[in-house]
Design a protein around this ligand. Structure first.
Ligand SMILES: Nc1ncnc2c1ncn2[C@@H]1O[C@H](COP(=O)(O)OP(=O)(O)OP(=O)(O)O)[C@@H](O)[C@H]1O
Ligand SMILES: N[C@@H](CCO)C(=O)O
Length: 326
């Protein structure tokens, strides 16, 4: 489910008349994703994705997201490129919602992550960081360290229903993470994706059958924060096996390929364990919030918060960055 706003054939044709992308041949709602309404469009000029921005996206932040995608695409990163209308404006309105059309990216995201995915992922992430170095915009990370305590409070009333004792554990973990968090200015910062999970990275095989990144999507959590925090998000999202075990081979492949493009400073490598704990508690808390605030019969699939409690515990006992591939 991710078509909250229905668009009639007629309204879409009128909307497309504002663009120079040819006449509409076909369109369909895209079921994946939970935040926004997405439609795949085929026009006389090719394939596109139409997004109508829904409740959780602040319209004032859309110029940052679209500007960043445009900037990265111009620098050769395979990410959706916002398509402007005839008047040069990409952010428009359709069916009462802010809306934009972006280029369609080929490829599929890995349902099962294999070690071969990690090097192309690491290289793509480092290229994203390098390519955004001269991007002029900025956006504070609303889901960064200063947002975690308020999120925890918002979960307090019902968090214990998920697991008894959970809130006390999270409080202790959060206090330890915040105490060890890098001071402002201590590590390189820039534009980060901040949600680079497997379902946001498309792959296609090269001539030898090896997976290559064909697209990075969903920049709607992107923000200005520590670059190494993006690596920490990936270590959480890509390097654990279904049985809960941490896969060091995957982590090393990710880190090694990242560093062929942007070598980590010693301070970044040293901070990686606490950044991983921070990333784990971020996804734990947003999942816990959704779990405790979304009715069980809602159309949206709730994600398991406890998966991230296990990851948080793993990273809390890591003693050296080498144990997680740095
Ligand atoms: N530019 C694109 N090219 C090809 N497919 C795309 C593109 N953008 C989105 N999609 C498809 O739409 C689906 C949903 O997109 P996306 O992940 O951005 O949704 P969302 O609802 O905004 O975010 P979330 O994943 O956070 O719920 C993707 O899984 C993908 O199948
Ligand atoms: N990727 C996130 C959802 C969007 O932030 C998760 O798996 O919890």
């Amino acid at each position: 489910m991710a078509v909250y706003t229905e668009v009639s054939d007629e309204a879409l044709r009128a909307f497309l008349a504002e663009y120079e992308i040819g006449g509409l041949l076909a369109f369909r709602g895209i079921a994946e994703g939970v935040e926004n309404s997405n439609y795949a469009l085929r026009t006389e000029r090719g394939d596109f994705v139409l997004t109508l921005y829904e409740r959780r996206v602040d319209p004032a932040e859309l110029p940052y997201f679209l500007g960043l995608m445009d900037h990265l695409a111009r620098r050769g990163l395979a990410c959706p490129t916002p398509v402007p209308g005839r008047d040069g404006v990409a952010l428009r309105e359709l069916a009462g919602r802010p809306a934009a059309i972006c280029t369609f990216l080929e490829g599929v995201w890995p349902r099962r992550v294999r070690p071969e995915h990690l090097a192309p992922l690491g290289e793509a992430l480092a290229r994203l960081h390098a390519a955004s170095a001269d991007f002029a915009g900025s956006r504070p990370n609303a889901l960064g360290p200063s947002g975690w305590a308020p999120l925890l409070e918002a979960c307090r009333a019902r968090g214990e229903e998920v697991q008894p004792g959970l809130m006390a554990q999270l409080e202790a973990q959060l206090a330890a993470i915040l105490a060890a968090w890098p001071r402002p200015g201590a590590l390189p910062a820039g534009q980060i994706h901040a949600d680079l999970f497997p379902d946001n990275v498309f792959f296609l095989p090269d001539a030898a059958g090896r997976p290559q990144v064909s697209g990075v999507i969903d920049f709607y959590f992107a923000c200005t924060d520590l670059l190494a925090y993006d690596i920490a998000v990936c270590l959480n999202a890509w390097c654990f096996e279904p049985d809960g075990g941490f896969n060091l081979t995957k982590a090393r492949a990710l880190m090694g390929a990242y560093q062929t493009v942007r070598p980590l400073a010693a301070a970044e490598a040293a901070a990686l364990p606490v950044l991983c704990r921070g990333a784990a508690i971020r996804f734990l808390l947003t999942r816990l919030y959704d779990w405790t605030h979304t009715p069980a019969d809602a159309l949206v699939t709730r994600k398991d918060p406890l998966e991230y409690l296990r990851k948080l515990r793993f990273f809390a006992q890591v003693e050296s960055p080498g144990a997680i591939g740095a």
